[in-house]
Write a protein of this length. Structure first.
Length: 314
């Protein structure tokens, strides 16, 4: 097999938790397949005379809690010295993230395989993108207008409100049927009606888990991670204290993934995480989908290995 040079543009690698970090799982898998690894720090991209460059650290990784990565001396050079570049920086998708996708798109035009496709990462807000598949979603409203959201809440009763740029469960609020604290929450999420907010009907099946469905190369894998909220919580996100339990994919989840998968692949979104609650799609994660380590550990799967093997054979 060809020894590919694979870069991982990601948040500080020394700050990750190896036992749960999906970027690290992908690095381990690529290394096991004989690839050369390079770590690209988030702030290391640049344009020199219009050409995309980056700071690239040769890297080797070990599957252990401490001393899990060894970095070589940084190389400053053109990104087209890489064969593949994985986008793995976490949201929020701010101005700096947008500019980075524009630089990475230039590398893509030079022949680097950038995953996920930087234009699609830029275009597909992880919450708004899901509304292109509204038939699979809970009843949903996106608006900055407080009155619109108040009418939606009166009609739906129990709802969830969340910002469009959050991750890990940050900024998510549940408003029950009595509407208590709705005004205060709207002032927090959309002060002076200045920011778009997503409102969705509350799905009580969250008690059984916010289920992460990984879709690789347009096809779902056979297990999901049900992120079950801790007591007193409505958020299943692992970052919010949820407990991750791997389970076989349900028929409803497979149907959603298979319906959406071809469009994901067509847009160059090859490593994607769908969030599904009670058979309803809530988000489509395209920047840095997680849960690989947990699923692998509980099922014996090798998701990263399968992903790269399929990629190399395309």
């Amino acid at each position: 097999m060809t020894s590919y040079k694979i870069g991982f543009w990601m948040d500080p690698i020394t700050h990750i938790k190896p036992y749960k970090d999906t970027s690290f799982a992908l690095m381990l898998a690529a290394q096991s397949l004989g690839c050369q690894l390079f770590y690209l720090p988030k702030n290391g991209l640049s344009l020199i005379e219009g050409e995309p460059h980056g700071v690239m650290y040769p890297a080797s990784v070990k599957d252990q809690a401490d001393d899990f990565v060894v970095l070589g001396e940084p190389i400053k050079g053109p990104l087209d010295t890489l064969d593949i570049l994985m986008i793995r920086v976490d949201p929020p998708f701010d101005g700096e993230y947008l500019y980075a996708t524009q630089i990475l798109e230039r590398a893509q035009k030079q022949g680097v395989r950038v995953i996920n496709d930087p234009r699609s990462v830029r275009d597909c807000n992880e919450k708004l993108f899901a509304t292109e598949f509204a038939q699979w979603m809970p009843t949903t409203l996106v608006s900055s207008q407080h009155d619109d959201i108040k009418v939606f809440q009166k009609r739906q009763g129990d709802i969830i409100l969340k910002p469009l740029d959050g991750m890990g469960g940050s900024g998510i609020f549940r408003i029950t049927a009595d509407g208590l604290n709705l005004g205060a929450v709207l002032e927090t999420l959309s002060p002076d009606q200045s920011r778009l907010v997503m409102a969705q009907e509350y799905r009580p099946e969250i008690s059984e888990g916010d289920r992460r469905v990984l879709v690789l190369h347009g096809k779902p894998i056979d297990h999901v991670l049900a992120r079950i909220p801790s007591q007193g919580e409505t958020r299943g996100n692992l970052a919010a204290g949820g407990r991750g339990v791997a389970m076989p994919i349900s028929d409803a989840e497979r149907a959603i993934a298979e319906a959406i998968g071809p469009e994901l692949k067509a847009r160059g979104l090859l490593f994607v995480g769908l969030d599904v609650i009670g058979g309803h799609l809530t988000e489509i994660n395209v920047t840095s989908p997680t849960c690989v380590r947990e699923i692998d550990a509980q099922t014996g799967s090798h998701i990263g290995h399968d992903f790269f093997t399929a990629l190399f054979n395309q």
